[in-house]
Design a protein around this ligand. Structure first.
Ligand code: PNW
Length: 446
């Protein structure tokens, strides 16, 4: 029998916290990136965000009102270590301590992500993820967090979406730090991030004051079959696990080393000319026992086969639905991907992010209506629970996001929240989807 299912919601430090200088936070690469014109829509930045640092108690009260069983948050590395290493900022660390206590007082389990993209600017100046010491810097930071919080925090995620901060951050310059490196350097940065993951897992296991449950929260292209013939299912699985040339936005380049202890064969062949200089025992460091496969899934592509071994993508049809990110709505992505990941990596799957951006509106009575989000959340969670009912080990679901927030290069223009944020007044309003989620949690039979 699988474990009880966990219903939660997620957010990330840079996207909600604000208080750039409050509590002594050091700058991160996203501050730098926002300051360079042209990178982020409307010149938006994270200086104030949702002012969660000051409004934390209210935000946790709202989570309790929605009935969250768990809250996935990330810690701002430069808020704890303004230089990235060395001197600890006590006030910053105290904030996360208070957050954990506040959550626990409401019966909400804290699920902590160690790194969700707000890389310390001072370490970036020292080479960032390209520096061979970068994984040790991350291990040092991890130890500080674990020593302080692990008597009360037992769920950990190391890196959020290395695919994004490596590929978008170091290859296409769509995200901070805005680099367009050659592919060998991109893979070197990726390799160092993987080493950082492995060392962090070792640190958590060695220093945790409670039994730790550890995973990561990767993302990647997901493919679903357009019919249930074995051939089509196999094609979707194969595409989900394939590596594309000079592209880090895939599942296996990161997850295979973490879970299986080697890079995927197809990727090694494709990237032969760009492989980083790694040590033979690096894979022993990277591949640490993990307790779950966290998956951030929003969309998928559909695949079909012609019965003769040929595979093609199904183009979108009239009537297909897209979110305001222009992401194709494919609820069965949660069904198929959790099956595929569970089968390949042999640990329970947890959906660490899923949700939609929408143009919500506030009506004359102050109610925030977001009917599309309700439909989507229902269809996606139904698809996930269907896989669970069929015996796939799936232990939880986290909606992205608990509240509207800074959507990276798109600024505050895209709203993903279950809770609406009025950025003029910082007023929070639970959206209709938040109330719907409350019912989903309450009535979910486990
Ligand atoms: C995730 N894609 O990023 C991040 O973890 C969150 O911080 C972010 O707010 C959320 O998803 C919504 O974007 C993604 O291109 C970035 O499919 C890009 C994609 C998916 C997730």
């Amino acid at each position: 029998m699988s474990k009880p299912f966990v219903w939660g919601a997620a957010a990330a430090s840079f996207q909600i916290e604000g208080s750039l200088n409050g509590e002594g936070r050091g700058p991160c690469v996203w501050d730098m990136f926002c300051n360079e014109p042209g990178n982020v829509r409307f010149k938006h930045h994270g200086n104030n965000a949702c002012n969660h640092i000051e409004l934390m108690q209210q935000d946790v009260d709202i989570m309790a009102e929605i009935g969250l069983q768990a809250y996935r948050f990330s810690i701002s590395w430069p808020r704890v270590l303004p230089q990235g290493t060395g001197q600890i900022n006590r006030a910053g660390l105290d904030f996360y301590d208070r957050l954990v206590d506040t959550l626990l007082a409401k019966g909400i389990a804290p699920w902590t992500t160690l790194f969700h993209w707000d890389y310390p600017y001072q370490l970036y100046l020292r080479g960032g993820w390209l520096n061979p010491d970068s994984s040790d810097w991350f291990a040092e930071y991890t130890q500080i967090i674990v020593e302080r919080l692990s008597d009360r925090v037992s769920h950990w995620m190391t890196l959020n979406e290395p695919q994004c901060f490596i590929h978008f951050g170091h290859h296409t310059a769509y995200h901070a730090p805005g680099l367009k490196l050659g592919f060998k350097e991109v893979l070197t940065a990726a390799h160092n991030a993987l080493l950082a993951h492995g060392k962090a897992v070792q640190v958590i296991r060695a220093h945790s004051h409670s039994t730790a449950t550890i995973g990561a929260a990767p993302v990647g292209h997901v493919y679903v079959p357009d019919n249930t013939s074995p051939e089509c299912i196999a094609a979707a699985k194969q595409a989900t696990f394939a590596v594309q040339k000079q592209d880090c936005w895939n599942n296996t380049w990161f997850a295979d080393p973490m879970f299986l202890g080697h890079y995927p064969e197809d990727g090694l062949a494709l990237h032969e000319a760009f492989l980083p200089d790694f040590q033979t025992n690096d894979m022993d460091t990277i591949c640490q026992p993990l307790d779950f496969y966290g998956a951030n899934i929003y969309t998928a592509e559909q695949i079909t086969t012609d019965g003769k071994g040929k595979t093609r993508l199904v183009p979108s049809h009239d009537g297909d639905r897209f979110t305001s990110m222009d992401w194709h709505v494919v609820p069965e992505s949660l069904y198929w991907a959790s099956k595929f990941f569970n089968e390949r990596y042999k640990v329970p799957v947890i959906i660490t992010e899923n949700g939609m951006a929408n143009h919500d509106w506030v009506d004359e009575n102050g109610r925030v209506q977001d009917p599309q989000r309700i439909i989507l959340l229902k269809e996606y969670t139904d698809a996930l629970l269907k896989a669970r009912a069929e015996g796939v080990a799936i232990d939880g679901y986290f909606a992205w996001s608990i509240m509207d927030n800074f959507e990276w290069a798109l600024g505050y223009d895209r709203r993903f929240g279950l809770v609406h944020v009025d950025y003029q007044t910082m007023k929070r309003t639970i959206k209709d989807s938040g109330y719907w989620y409350k019912e989903r949690i309450k009535t979910s039979i486990d």
